[in-house]
Ligand binder design. Structure first.
Ligand SMILES: Cc1cc2nc3c(=O)[nH]c(=O)nc-3n(C[C@H](O)[C@H](O)[C@H](O)COP(=O)(O)O)c2cc1C
Length: 183
């Protein structure tokens, strides 16, 4: 069990982390070793998962040619190929749909999203920079990575040590998004 002081500190650290995370699109050339990447993926996969079926797969890309292909598939977002490591999160639909039917399709996407957000936060805590890239030609990415046809790539995430801090983006006033009791 944690003491009250420990819980307070954990809460403050956690909330600070949420605000610290930002999209990083410039990376140092320094490599990110495999132990760090595996730790990152363990953190990602510790996210909630419907029925704990974990219908999410992670592809680690280091090959410069494959990274360049992914960049092209992502509407020429060149910063992708400039990161030392790129992780592609892939929804593995049968792993969820075999149990949950059609609803499992939605669960797989939600499970991937939860893992992606965990990954971004864990990376921030580890001093790494990331960006959630969703704008890409899905067919091209599937072909580049030899994805089975029962999967869909959900996000391309370049990972590296940040060359700059990026900038803090604003958000809508929370009251614009909140409904009370009913829509
Ligand atoms: C589903 C999704 C798709 C995104 N796709 C891209 C993308 O293709 N390229 C990019 O540079 N950023 C992309 N982003 C990052 C957003 O631009 C970024 O999160 C937003 O501007 C807020 O900035 P912040 O992440 O620094 O807080 C995406 C984010 C999400 C959640």
């Amino acid at each position: 069990m944690f003491t009250e002081g420990e819980v307070g500190k954990m809460m403050r650290d956690c909330i600070r982390l949420l605000y610290e995370r930002r999209s990083v699109r410039r990376f140092k050339e320094d490599d990110v070793d495999d132990t760090t990447i595996i730790e990152l993926l363990e953190s990602a996969n510790s996210a909630p998962s419907a029925g704990n079926l974990q219908p999410r797969d992670f592809i680690i890309v280091r090959d410069p040619e494959i990274k360049a292909d992914l960049s092209r598939a992502a509407l020429n977002q060149r910063f992708i190929s400039r990161a030392p490591v790129v992780i592609v999160v892939v929804a593995n639909f049968p792993r969820s749909m075999n149990t949950y039917g059609e609803r499992g399709y939605l669960y797989a996407i939600q499970d991937c999203s939860a893992a992606i957000q965990n990954l971004l936060l864990a990376a921030t805590a580890m001093g790494l920079g990331t960006c959630w890239v969703g704008a890409f030609d899905e067919e091209m990415v599937s072909q580049i990575l030899d994805l089975p046809d029962y999967t869909r790539p959900m996000a391309i995430i370049p990972v590296g040590y940040p060359a700059d801090r990026g900038h803090r983006t604003g958000r809508k006033k929370i009251e614009e998004l909140i409904h009370r009791e009913r829509w």
